[in-house]
Write a protein that binds this ligand. Structure first.
Ligand SMILES: Cc1cc2nc3c(=O)[nH]c(=O)nc-3n(C[C@H](O)[C@H](O)[C@H](O)COP(=O)(O)O)c2cc1C
Length: 213
C-alpha cells in the first residue's frame, strides 16, 4: 500500500472480530511507532501491550470509554514526562507522532485501531499498570481485526478554508460556549473521582458520543 493510500484509508474502528492481532503484527506496529520523530531525538516511549481482558475491564470500570469493555487487545502508549519544554508539552507531541505511525501501519496490515484518551485519571492507570511517576500514559490504542470495511468520512473543511499565509487570517473561528465547556469539564472530573460509580454507567454510556464504527 502506498503511503498516500494508507493516509486516506485510515479510519477509526471500534468493533473487532475474534481473530486476534498476533505478536508479530503487534511488533510491526511498535516498530513503525518508533520510527517517528521525537523532541531532541530522545525516543523515550514505552508501550504496554494489553491482552488481559480483566485489565481492559479495569480501564473501563475506572472511567474509560464504554466500548473498551468489548475490546480484547490494546497498546497503552507511555512517554517520559521529564521534559524542560513544559510550554509545548513535547512528550505528548513525540508520543502522538508515534501513535499516528502506528495507525498508518495498522491500516497497511488490515488492523483496526482506535486512539482513545477518554480514559481514567492518569494516577489510576499508573496504579493498574505500575507506571512510574516519570512516565505519563498518553493514549490507549485499541486494536483488532474487523469484518466491516470502514467508509470514507468527508473532511469538515477544504484545504482552502484552513490555510493562510504569514498571519492567522481566518474568518471562521471556533467559539465554544465557555460556560457549557466548564460544566462538562467539571462533570468529567467529578465522574472520574466518584467512588463506586457503577450505578452511573448506564447514564454515562448514553451521554457518551456514539460513532457508527
Ligand atoms: C487525541 C484523540 C483522542 C481520541 N479519543 C477517543 C476516545 O476516547 N474514544 C473514542 O471512541 N474515539 C476517540 N478518538 C477517535 C476519534 O473519535 C476519531 O479519530 C474521529 O471520530 C475521526 O474519525 P476517523 O479517525 O475515522 O477519521 C480519539 C482520537 C484522537 C486523535
Amino acid at each position: 500500500m502506498e503511503l498516500k493510500e494508507a493516509i486516506y484509508k485510515r479510519r477509526t474502528i471500534r468493533i473487532y472480530n475474534n481473530d486476534p492481532v498476533n505478536d508479530e503484527e503487534i511488533r510491526e506496529l511498535i516498530s513503525a511507532a518508533i520510527q517517528a520523530p521525537t523532541a531532541c531525538n530522545f525516543q523515550l516511549w514505552k508501550f504496554i501491550v494489553i491482552n488481559d481482558l480483566a485489565l481492559l475491564n479495569k480501564i473501563y470500570s475506572a472511567g474509560g470509554a464504554a466500548f473498551i469493555k468489548n475490546v480484547k487487545q490494546a497498546i497503552l502508549v507511555t512517554y517520559s514526562n521529564q521534559t524542560d519544554n513544559l510550554e509545548y508539552k513535547d512528550f505528548i507531541e513525540s508520543a502522538s507522532a508515534s501513535i499516528e505511525n502506528m495507525l498508518l501501519m495498522a491500516t497497511e496490515l488490515g488492523i483496526g485501531t482506535c486512539w482513545v484518551n477518554n480514559l481514567p485519571n492518569k494516577s489510576k492507570l499508573r496504579n493498574i499498570f505500575g507506571i512510574p511517576r516519570g512516565y505519563d500514559p498518553i493514549a490507549l490504542i485499541t486494536i483488532g481485526h474487523y469484518d466491516k470495511e470502514p467508509k470514507y468520512v468527508a473532511r469538515k473543511n477544504t484545504v482552502d478554508e484552513l490555510i493562510s499565509y504569514n498571519y492567522f487570517d481566518f474568518k471562521d473561528i471556533e467559539k465554544k460556549n465557555q460556560f457549557k465547556l466548564w460544566i462538562i469539564r467539571v462533570g468529567r472530573i467529578m465522574y472520574k473521582i466518584l467512588p463506586g460509580k457503577r450505578f452511573l454507567y448506564k447514564i454515562v454510556g448514553r451521554l457518551e458520543k456514539k460513532f457508527d464504527n
